[in-house]
Unconditional design. Structure first.
Ligand SMILES: Cc1ncc(COP(=O)(O)O)c(C=O)c1O
Length: 422
C-alpha cells in the first residue's frame, strides 16, 4: 500500500492503485500526467460509453422510436448522475452545459436581468478562478456593486471574519471557490453559506478544484448554486451546475420564450447538450461504482459515490504527503497554500523558486516527460494578491488518485537535480 500505514486511509481500500491505473488507457503514454487540475483523464468506462452512444443511438431526442427513446434515457441518466454526484436531496436540480465558465456567465446574466436595487452587491473572493469572478465583476456596468473579499497573503486565506464584515442586507450574492485551483486548501462551504444566508444572500460556489477529490454534499452544505467541470472529474468536456429549485424559480432562464419558467434545468440549457459527452459522463458514473466495489451494471447510488471518493482520498493521501514533505523541506522555494498534509487539503501544489522562473522550471520538467505547467491558471487576481507576476505565475503540480508514487518520485528527483544546478 505505497508504504503508508493503514491508519493513513480514511476508507477501506477496495481497489489497488495498479487496478485503477489499468482503467485509464491514457496513463500508458510517455509523460507523467501531473497537471490534473487542468483536466483529468477518462476511464475506459467513459470512453466506451461515448463510443457506444455514437455508434448505437446518435439521434434526436424526444421522439417515440426506440433509438430516440434510448438516447433520451441517456440524457436523463446524465442529469440524474450529476444530481447524485453533487448530493442533491430533492431540493435541487442540475443544469448541464459546455463548461463552468459558460454556466457561471449564463447565471450572472440571469441575475443581471433580475437586478434588485435594494440588493445591488455581489461579493467575490479574490482567491477565485476568473470564471467565478469576472462575470460578477462585469455586472458593475449594469448598476451592481462588486465587493472584493480580499486575500490575506500571509496565510493565503480569504478570512471568514472578513466576510462577516462584508455581508449586509445589500448583498445579493457571495461567489467563491470551494478550493482555489492554485492553493489546494478546502474552504468551509457550510460556514460561508451560513454567513451569506444570515444576510439573505445566495452563494455561488466554484467546486471545480474540489470535485475531483471529495464527494460534494450540496444538500448538507445548504448551498444555492454549486458548479464543477466534469472533464476534471474523470468525465467529458462539460460542466454541471446544481441550483436549488427555489433559487432557480426566481430567475428567468436564457432559453426560448415558449419554455416555461417552471421547466427546471431546461430553461437554463440553451441549445442541444453534448449528447456523446452526456453518455461519457454516464460511463464515469459506472467507473465510480467500480471504484466503490459495486457489481458491474448495478445502479449507482449515493453511498457508492461517497465510497468512490473515499477511495480517491485514500489513494491521494500518501502522494500528497510525500510531495509536501519534500517541498516543505526546501529552502529555495515558496509554497503557497497549506504546507502539511491533512483532510482539509487536496493534492494541488503551487510554488515559486527564489531565483529560477516558473517558466524555466516547468519547461525543463516538460522536456523530461513531466506534465506540469506554469502561469496564473486564470487565478490572475490571486497571483497579483500574492505579489507575483501572473504571466510567470507559479509552478503547479496537481495530482489525483490515479497518479503513482513512482511518478511523484520521478518529479522529486528531477526537481532536486534541476534546482541544485545538476
Ligand atoms: C477552480 C476553477 N474554476 C473554474 C474553471 C473553469 O472551468 P471550465 O474550463 O469548465 O470553464 C477552472 C478551470 O481550470 C478551475 O480550475
Amino acid at each position: 500500500m505505497d508504504g503508508a500505514t493503514p491508519d493513513d486511509y480514511r476508507g477501506f481500500m477496495v481497489r489497488q492503485r495498479h487496478e485503477v491505473r489499468d482503467r485509464f488507457p491514457a496513463l500508458d503514454g510517455p509523460d507523467a500526467l501531473l497537471d490534473n487540475a487542468g483536466g483529468s483523464q477518462m476511464p475506459a468506462d467513459a470512453i466506451e460509453a461515448a463510443h457506444r452512444y455514437m455508434t448505437q443511438c446518435f439521434v434526436q431526442l424526444g421522439a417515440d422510436y426506440a433509438t430516440s427513446r434510448q438516447a433520451s434515457a441517456i440524457m436523463d441518466q446524465a442529469h440524474r448522475l450529476a444530481r447524485m454526484v453533487v448530493g442533491d436531496d430533492g431540493r435541487g436540480q442540475v443544469i448541464l452545459g459546455p463548461s463552468t465558465s459558460c454556466l457561471v456567465a449564463m447565471l450572472a446574466d440571469c441575475y443581471r436581468r433580475a437586478f434588485d436595487p435594494r440588493r445591488p452587491e455581489v461579493i467575490v473572493a479574490e482567491s477565485g478562478h476568473e470564471a467565478n469572478v469576472g462575470p460578477w465583476v462585469r455586472l458593475e456596468r449594469e448598476g451592481w456593486k462588486p465587493v472584493f473579499w480580499k486575500l490575506d497573503p500571509s496565510n493565503c486565506l480569504c478570512p471568514v471574519e472578513t466576510l462577516r464584515s462584508l455581508v449586509s442586507e445589500r448583498t445579493r450574492i457571495v461567489a467563491f471557490p470551494h478550493v482555489s485551483n492554485l492553493l489546494g486548501s478546502i474552504e468551509d462551504v457550510a460556514e460561508i453559506t451560513r454567513i451569506a444566508h444570515s444576510a439573505g444572500a445566495r452563494v455561488v460556489v466554484d467546486g471545480v478544484a474540489y470535485a475531483p477529490h471529495r464527494a460534494i454534499d450540496a444538500a448538507a452544505w445548504n448551498v444555492d448554486w454549486y458548479v464543477f467541470s466534469t472533464y476534471k472529474v474523470y468525465g467529458p468536456h462539460m460542466a454541471a451546475m446544481y441550483g436549488t429549485r427555489e433559487a432557480m424559480s426566481q430567475l428567468e432562464g436564457p432559453n426560448h420564450y415558449f419554455i416555461s419558467r417552471d421547466e427546471g434545468p431546461y430553461k437554463f440549457e440553451l441549445g442541444g447538450l453534448l449528447h456523446e459527452g452526456c453518455a461519457a459522463w454516464v460511463g464515469t458514473g459506472a467507473y465510480l461504482g467500480w471504484l466503490a466495489g459495486r457489481e458491474t451494471d448495478a445502479a449507482l447510488d449515493r453511498s457508492a459515490v461517497i465510497e468512490a471518493f473515499e477511495q480517491m482520498t485514500a489513494l491521494e493521501e500518501p502522494l500528497q504527503r510525500t510531495l509536501l514533505e519534500w517541498l516543505a523541506a526546501r529552502q529555495d522555494i515558496t509554497l503557497f497554500g497549506p504546507a502539511a498534509s491533512s483532510p482539509l487539503r487536496v493534492p494541488t501544489f503551487s510554488f515559486v523558486h527564489k531565483s529560477m522562473s516558473s517558466r524555466q522550471i516547468a519547461q525543463a520538467a516538460n522536456a523530461a516527460g513531466l506534465g506540469i505547467r506554469f502561469g496564473h491558471y486564470y487565478a490572475h487576481r490571486l497571483c497579483k494578491a500574492l505579489g507575483l507576476d501572473p504571466e510567470d505565475g507559479v509552478v503547479r503540480v496537481s495530482l489525483v488518485h490515479y497518479n503513482s508514487p513512482e511518478e511523484v518520485q520521478r518529479l522529486i528527483s528531477f526537481l532536486h537535480e534541476y534546482m541544485s544546478g545538476g
